[in-house]
Design a protein around this ligand. Structure first.
Ligand code: ADP
Ligand code: MG
Length: 392
């Protein structure tokens, strides 16, 4: 399966190089790749200082380019789903003229990383972006773009940051330039993923532990519901506020520090809804640690059971699932050889993730599509390497 990632990035690399030659009249000399991710378990725990357990995908984003002498940065994305125009041009940032976010929106992810980057003096450059991650599908095309950009810049004008600083800078770019107050998970896993491993991230200490997930008899199936319910947009801030309220009522800095017993003891002081939100978070943090342990023990049954508990808790207590995700999970659980399945990502649409026997993968896709009321898209994947330089 390592070849699948290699094949994917080689194909993207070839496409990006062709476009670079066509648009700029010369071959690129530098290239970088960064993966998307799927979160196996640990949902809505990151902003509660809890644990998450993502893995890097074989799907990723390539950025190729070459330095120029005119002090201008010209970037093209080949993604048809990006907003237009697909080519942008701006001067290299300086103290007196920093970059700022604007239109098109897609360029903000790149500009944010360029602006915050702390390497040697940055020359102008031309670049082309190519990706096989669906944009906005919950597999973190945004972090892949940021981390690919950073990895490209590290070759163009090297820095001396470590991987944690790299991931945090990419997160800052997303906060400040794309106006998305995301947690640290996406950038961490895209920068630090390891082939054959999931990554347990402690969102409080920022410590990471690699957890082997390389059993050849095992597969991870991502199913895109291809729906995204645009709600009022207040759900995410409301959930965050409810978590803070629960933590404050329990006298804790965050829900990471609270136990289920403490929550139960305080139940009468909390509103019913806030109580359920906190119950999800406290339960999910514990489940994520247990799941990492189960994975270490190759106890896939327990892992799968925890995935299902996670889904039910997100559906009933946190209320961020939707009928389409519930349908996909229910259908997956009917298939022989499936250990567990759950919604993954923020919710209200996007993807589910299913842990199953590799031999069951084909039947699972057939059955899920047969039961699903819409058209699903499937990605059968194994844990891949984090960001890397591609030789040219
Ligand atoms: P996700 O990270 O789940 O894919 P986001 O909404 O966080 O969804 O990020 C998607 C946005 O990131 C896109 O709408 C686009 O603006 C930007 N983006 C990601 N990858 C690319 C790419 N290859 N080319 C251009 N823009 C991209
Ligand atoms: Mg994103």
């Amino acid at each position: 399966m390592a070849e699948a990632a290699e094949l994917g990035s080689a194909r993207l690399l070839a496409a990006a190089c062709r476009e670079h030659e066509a648009a700029f009249g010369r071959a690129p000399v530098l290239a970088a790749w960064a993966p998307g991710r799927v979160n196996l378990i640990g949902e809505h725990t990151d902003y509660n200082c809890g644990f998450v357990l993502p893995m890097a995908l074989q799907l990723g984003t390539v950025l190729v380019g070459s330095p120029t002498k005119d002090g201008t940065i010209s970037i093209i994305t080949t993604s048809a789903d990006a907003d237009k125009p697909r080519r942008v041009e701006f001067p290299t940032p300086s103290q007196s003229s920093p970059l700022s976010p604007g239109q098109p929106r897609w360029a903000n992810y790149v500009k944010g990383v360029i602006q915050h980057y702390k390497g040697g003096p940055m020359p102008g450059f031309s670049a082309v972006i190519a990706s096989d991650i669906p944009l906005g599908g919950g597999l973190s095309s945004s972090a892949a773009l940021e981390v690919a950009t950073y990895t490209f810049l590290q070759q163009l004008c090297p820095d001396d940051s470590d991987l944690v600083a790299k991931a945090l800078l990419c997160q800052k770019a997303e906060h400040t330039f794309a106006n998305m107050p995301c947690g640290i998970m996406d950038q961490f896993i895209s920068a630090m993923g390891k082939e054959g491993h999931a990554l347990l991230i402690d969102c409080r200490s920022l410590e990471t532990v690699l957890v082997p997930l390389s059993d050849a008899s095992l597969a991870v199936l991502i199913t895109n519901s291809n729906v995204r319910h645009t709600l009022t947009g207040s759900e995410y801030p409301t959930r965050r506020r409810q978590c803070e309220e629960a933590a404050a009522a329990l006298g804790k800095e965050s829900l990471r520090d609270a136990t289920m017993a403490e929550l139960e003891a305080a139940k009468s002081r909390l509103g019913e809804e806030v109580y359920r939100r906190a119950r999800h978070v406290i339960g999910e943090i514990a489940r994520t640690e247990q799941a990492a342990q189960a994975l270490k023990n190759r106890d896939y049954k327990t892992f799968g059971k925890l995935m299902v508990e996670s889904h039910n808790s997100l559906r009933d207590d946190y209320e961020v699932s939707c009928p389409e995700l519930d349908e996909l999970v229910a259908a997956a659980l009917e298939v022989k050889g499936v250990y567990g399945s759950r919604m993954t990502g923020g919710g209200f649409g996007g993807c589910t993730v299913t842990l199953l026997k590799a031999e069951a993968a084909e039947e699972a896709q057939r059955h899920i599509q047969e039961k699903y009321s819409r058209t699903a898209t499937f990605y059968l994947t194994k844990p891949s390497e984090g960001a890397k330089v591609l030789p040219l």
